[in-house]
Design a binder for this molecule. Structure first.
Ligand code: ADP
Length: 530
């Protein structure tokens, strides 16, 4: 199936657009995915912190509750009062139970404070009792509703100290109710916290504070810290708050930042590569389009170039063959026309053939040690005669001591005649052409100057491309195929040289073919000293 050219160009543009858009969308989505994944990781991290905190809180509370059970078992409520001291001492001296004092209290509710059954109030314990009484008040405890043997906790903040106690209502076998209160030792409770929280502190900053943010265990942690988490003790030390922050949170942040950055870089790189690829495809397709256009123009130009002289030849030869030419003078004129036109055709054909052979020449350069001045001197004389008929003046300036050099004589002649031919074609009223041969910096410079239409600046590089013809109407009105300068450039390059152009629109152009001076390999291959 064949598509039209314009259709294909549009299809390429649409395809490129689609690929570019989908790459952009894909990159954006991938980036969003990375960010979302990071957020998920962050959420998972925060969740794991919450779980960890709950685990440690539960561990501490469980120790206290286990202790409550042991305490309860160590008190025999039916034992005679004389044994209470021994029971209490056993509790106080057990280092794991953290108890400072055990109080046996009469839960008489119509009294504003509990009556101590043990230790009995005495002057010696007045301070201890006073402090205890200030914290453990019947009005705050709802004594009537206390179920038997059920352990409760009282946790208080005090101006200078903290009060923490477990208490339970017990009943003797004779039906007498006694409220037993175990007042805990602050330092021992802190030691219990330390024991349970120590391993958590390898990865976290941990602290326990009260509601006013006074540090009880370690200094308080700033609540604005990243990944900060706090939680309370639900049943025992309920006036205290556990605070924690991962120690490596800057590392975690850095790692997150790095991951985001590297994925961003990767995405940008990826997208750039795709865009680069698309640009290359676009340029290639544009180039192909231009080349096709040039080839189409070339075919049109060449067929026109061949048709014009051919029809002239046919027309005048027909007149001659049918004997319609009136006299000898007219006949001569017609012969001349036929001769000129066939000349023109053969020049074009040989140019085309040369072009084709140069295109396929490869490394076969056919170089020989050549005297360029001699080579072109005679040809220029013949050429001068020819163009003089059309009113052209050819001036040839050859510097003395132009050395021989390794060159392909046919190619050099072809290149020079292409330049001369252009000068003739693109000259206006001023029909002066100057050929100059000089030696400069290891090169032989062959320049052809005219006083013709000149070349606009923006076309001075393009004119050396295959099939390219100037856009000027004056150029378009002149015969041409767009291969002359490309042949000349090719010739220069195969010799290791180049072609330079200087031009001023409306004033003329100078083309200079530069051929490096080289001796044959058997003479050292280097430029001779003079
Ligand atoms: P052609 O002459 O067949 O068009 P060339 O490859 O020889 O092809 O030249 C390419 C183009 O360069 C020409 O079409 C013309 O626009 C420009 N050009 C070449 N030589 C001259 C010149 N001497 N003066 C002005 N324009 C020139």
């Amino acid at each position: 199936m064949r598509f039209s050219f314009a259709y294909r160009t549009k299809a390429v543009a649409v395809a490129i657009g689609i690929i570019a858009a989908s790459t952009a969308i894909l990159s954006w989505n991938s980036y969003r995915y990375v960010v979302e994944r990071e957020n998920l990781t962050e959420t998972a991290f925060v969740q794991s912190n919450i779980k960890l905190a709950a685990k440690y809180i539960e561990r501490i509370e469980q120790t206290i509750i286990d202790n409550d059970r042991i305490l309860s078992e160590m008190i025999d409520i039916d034992a005679p009062e004389s044994e209470w001291l021994a029971m209490v001492d056993a509790i106080k001296t057990n280092p794991d139970l953290n108890v400072d004092q055990v109080y046996f209290l009469s839960p008489d509710s119509h009294v504003a404070e509990f009556l101590p059954l043990f230790p009995l109030y005495s002057y010696e314990i007045r301070n201890l009792w006073g402090a205890f009484r200030a914290s453990f008040k019947p009005s705050e405890l709802n004594i009537e509703r206390l179920a038997l043997n059920q352990v409760h906790h009282l946790h208080k903040e005090r101006p200078d100290n903290y009060f923490f106690a477990s208490y339970a209502m017990k009943e003797t076998s004779k039906g007498k109710r006694i409220l037993i209160c175990y007042q805990m030792n602050f330092d021992k409770i802190v030691a219990l916290l330390d024991k349970n929280l120590r391993d958590l502190q390898t990865d976290y900053y941990v602290s326990i504070v009260d509601f006013e943010n006074n540090g009880i265990y370690n200094a308080p942690i700033s609540r604005s810290s990243k990944y900060y988490y706090e939680t309370r003790f639900p049943t025992t030390l309920y006036k205290w708050i556990l605070q924690m922050v991962p120690r490596k949170y800057t590392e975690i942040e850095e790692q997150k930042e790095n991951e985001r950055l590297s994925s961003l870089v990767f995405l940008i790189l990826n997208a750039s590569l795709v865009f680069l690829g698309l640009t290359v495809i676009y340029m290639a397709s544009r180039r192909e389009r231009q080349l096709r256009q040039l080839k189409e123009d070339f075919i049109g130009n060449v067929s026109h170039e061949l048709k014009t002289p051919l029809s002239l030849i046919r027309m005048f030869s027909e007149i001659l063959v049918t004997g319609r030419a009136r006299n000898e003078e007219i006949k001569r004129e017609y012969y001349n026309i036929i001769h000129n036109q066939s000349d023109r055709m053969s020049r074009l054909i040989s140019n085309l053939l040369d072009f084709a052979s140069l295109e396929h020449a490869g490394n076969n350069k056919n170089f020989e040690y050549t005297n360029i001045t001699d080579l072109i001197g005679k040809e220029l004389e013949a050429y001068r005669q020819e163009i003089q008929k059309d009113g052209f003046q050819l001036s040839v300036e050859i510097e003395s001591q132009i050395p021989d050099t390794m060159a392909n004589p046919n190619a050099i002649t072809m290149a020079l005649f292409n330049l001369l031919d252009n000068s003739v074609k693109y000259s206006g009223d001023q029909k002066l052409i100057t050929v100059h041969i000089a030696r400069s910096n290891g090169y032989i410079e062959l320049s052809v100057a005219d006083k013709g239409i000149g070349i606009p600046r923006e076309e001075r590089q393009k004119i050396f491309e295959k099939f390219y013809r100037g856009s000027d109407a004056a150029v378009r009105g002149v015969r041409g195929s767009g291969i002359g300068l490309s042949i000349t450039k090719h010739v220069a390059e195969m010799h290791g040289g180049d072609v330079l152009v200087e031009s001023e629109p409306g004033k003329g152009s100078t083309f200079t073919l530069r051929i490096p001076i080289r001796r044959p390999p058997n003479l050292g291959g280097q430029e001779p000293s003079h």
